[in-house]
Write a protein that binds this ligand. Sequence first.
Ligand SMILES: Cc1cc2nc3c(=O)[nH]c(=O)nc-3n(C[C@H](O)[C@H](O)[C@H](O)COP(=O)(O)OP(=O)(O)OC[C@H]3O[C@@H](n4cnc5c(N)ncnc54)[C@H](O)[C@@H]3O)c2cc1C
Length: 401
Amino acid sequence: MSQTTADVVIIGAGAAGLMAAATAGYAGNRVLLLDHTDKPGKKILMSGGGRCNFTNLNTTPENFISSNPHFCISALKRYTPQHFLELVERHGVDYVEKAPGQLFCAGKSRELLDILLTEADWAGVDLRMKTRIEAVEATASGVNLATSAGRIEAGHLIVATGGLSIPTLGATGFGYDLARDLGLDVLPLRAGLVPLTLHPDLKEHLAPLSGLSTEVSVTTGGRTFQEPLLITHRGLSGPAILQASSYWQAGEEVVINWLPRLDLKAELTRLREQQPKTSLASWLAEQLPKRLAATLVEFLEASQGSLPLRLADFSNNRLQEVAAFLQAWSFIPAGTEGYRTAEVTLGGVDTRALSSRDFSVQACPRIRFIGEVLDVTGHLGGYNFQWAWASGVAAGQGLEA
Ligand SMILES: Cc1cc2nc3c(=O)[nH]c(=O)nc-3n(C[C@H](O)[C@H](O)[C@H](O)COP(=O)(O)OP(=O)(O)OC[C@H]3O[C@@H](n4cnc5c(N)ncnc54)[C@H](O)[C@@H]3O)c2cc1C
């Protein structure tokens, strides 16, 4: 078996690993970047619907979920969205701001991945795909790795193996297992930014509306997101639901405001005066996709009894009940679609055992963990890549022996 030596070995050629590799390489280290799949950066290619939402200009620590919320501050401050944008511009890749702050490639995600591969190449990184890691041993002077391509001896190890989401793209629990072997805590893992599934009785009513989308606000776990919701044949999705899913705990309620831009009680009261002959159903069908409006009226009648035909015949109390129903419609999801479709994995390596400056393990300073494998998870909108870039840069620095 061959024996390779390197200053730094990085496991995981995804967003964070590529960024760390280029940074460490430019700093003069001999860098070996290993991955068990056949191609680097597969999630980058899939991301943002093929256009990679590569950062968010409005990134703040509040856009991240972590049981140690201060941990991300230092790295995010030192490598900002503006820094990454400069890199994108230097490579001449066009981008668009689709929603406020959310930057996407104007062309394909491939162009973004090519930036990282080019940088890694320029920095002299030795990228080796299809390499299985069989064992990791921490030594006084660094790490020894047993791999399918032989033994590797390195001064430092950076673990950038990501989360469990989308196993078909190469996700494994390797980083979590290694962290546990090193005596670190791994905080409970669950799928995040993921569609919610419905119990059969609700699914039966909503599945026929599959494809309909409308802006709502969704509240769960103490957080509210006002964005589009999409009904699918499996349940509910769209940005509002994906965001809420990261705060949802099994068995808890999710509350939807179907008309988040209106003070509904006041609006219906005004309408009752000005257009007394209008029916609630016909008014609702002008505010929401027609079939969704009809289904909500069915739900309303099932819960509160049949509705008067004309708004004129609604009492104040009844208007109040209708408004409360449509603006705080609650249900308990059956679950989520799980890691098969989740964009991220919540939980992960407990950051309390790591330096927030360089991401090294306090008890084992030659080993660093970065990216999604950590207990730091971004909201939807380019934050997760910004975390990959920022943590990659922080860990790629200061590795000189
Ligand atoms: C469909 C989809 C769309 C997304 N869209 C966006 C978006 O538009 N914007 C955004 O900010 N975020 C998006 N995300 C989230 C984002 O992709 C991740 O947060 C980010 O890629 C995490 O970077 P990472 O380097 O930590 O992990 P990854 O990018 O997942 O990289 C981990 C690497 O480690 C390798 N690996 C795993 N196990 C092993 C092992 N045992 N041995 C060797 N190698 C291993 C994997 O093959 C992979 O190459 C999306 C995610 C998904 C799934």
